[in-house]
Design a protein around this ligand. Structure first.
Ligand code: C5P
Length: 311
């Protein structure tokens, strides 16, 4: 499907006068195939992503200064290189907008974790300002701006479930169906942060695949067929487990705690395990908490659709 056909309905927005609140959801990569290295230094990908019910909250206001300013619950994110700031600046520059924007960011999505938090914040700012200020931008315009900000940003313009190809910016939305066996998602966030660029840089060609896993998973989900654990491939996982012993240990502990299947999300270090029954997820989480791990119990969510149907 072409990007221009992507629905770009607004995020759930609550506004009263001069202030606008918006939620910005995290994602997991159900599968991630790295096909090879491109001439521009990026890697050609095929990945199936799903937004999950773990979100940051952004509060936008118009400010008198002619710039975009961010204040966050994590002071290390308060600079101009914050992707949310860069998204606001990109719109101001593109449309020569005089007004400045203040962003207050309640950061709940772990940072540098493979959950797309920064990219999601950027997409949330693009969508929110476009809707709030009725900006004259078509969906392809917004998509093009998103793609300049980061490979994952276009996905977050629609969210939900999608197959993403190219650098990640070629987004094909899939129907919001999700296997019952994955009704609950337990996330484990090791304490380290991981640089996506470093993970890609050190990836050997022997970890490349031809995209089969992601296309097969996309097709299975569309056809409402159950997935096999071995379908949920992540071409970055082997390298991350080898390079970061803390992630390998966390994976082992996750399995020992009772998860039957554990996969890395994106470039990590966050690991996720699917569960059909909440009681099992809670039992595993209790074991992990006893060992001092940071966990998040979450589920698939489609920000622009009422519900996800489970099959
Ligand atoms: O696009 P984004 O800025 O999020 O990517 C961060 C880094 O991850 C890039 O600088 C690049 O090193 C690596 N990357 C890649 N291939 C992709 C996406 C990201 O090599 N498709």
């Amino acid at each position: 499907m072409h990007n221009a056909r992507m629905s770009q309905k607004a995020q759930p927005i609550h506004t009263s006068g001069a202030t606008l609140f918006v939620r910005s959801y995290a994602k997991i990569n159900l599968t991630l195939d790295v096909l090879g290295r491109r001439a521009d230094g990026y890697h050609e990908l095929a990945t199936v992503m799903q937004t999950i019910d773990l979100y940051d909250t952004l509060c936008l206001t118009v400010i008198d200064e002619a710039r975009v300013r961010v204040t966050s619950t994590r002071p290390d994110l308060d600079g101009d290189d914050n992707l949310a700031v860069r998204a606001g600046q990109a719109l101001r520059q593109r449309l020569e907008l005089p007004q400045g924007v203040g962003i207050e960011l309640d950061k709940r999505i772990p940072v540098a974790a493979g959950l797309g938090g920064g990219s999601s914040n950027a997409a949330a700012v693009l969508l929110a300002l476009q809707q709030w200020w009725q900006l004259p931008l078509t969906p392809p315009d917004l998509h093009a701006i998103a793609a300049t900000l980061g490979s994952d940003v276009p996905f977050f313009l629609t969210g939900g479930l999608a197959l993403c190809e190219g650098r990640g910016e070629r987004v094909t939305p899939l129907a919001p169906h999700w296997p019952r066996a994955m009704r609950w998602l337990l996330l484990l966030k090791p304490t380290i942060g991981v640089s996506t660029a470093a993970v890609f840089r050190s990836l050997p060609a022997s970890d490349y695949t031809d995209g089969t896993h992601s296309r097969a998973v996309g097709a299975a989900l569309q056809a409402e067929r159950e997935l096999q654990p071995e379908d949920l491939h992540n071409g970055l996982e082997r390298g991350v487990l080898e390079r970061y012993p803390e992630v390998a240990q966390a994976r082992e502990d996750f399995l020992k705690a009772g998860a039957s299947f554990v996969r890395l999300s994106g470039s990590g270090p966050t690991l996720f395990a699917p569960f059909s029954a909440l009681a099992n997820a809670i039992r595993v989480r209790q074991h992990l908490h006893a060992r001092g791990y940071e966990t998040y119990l979450t589920r698939a969510i489609s920000p622009h659709a009422e519900n996800i149907l489970f099959f």
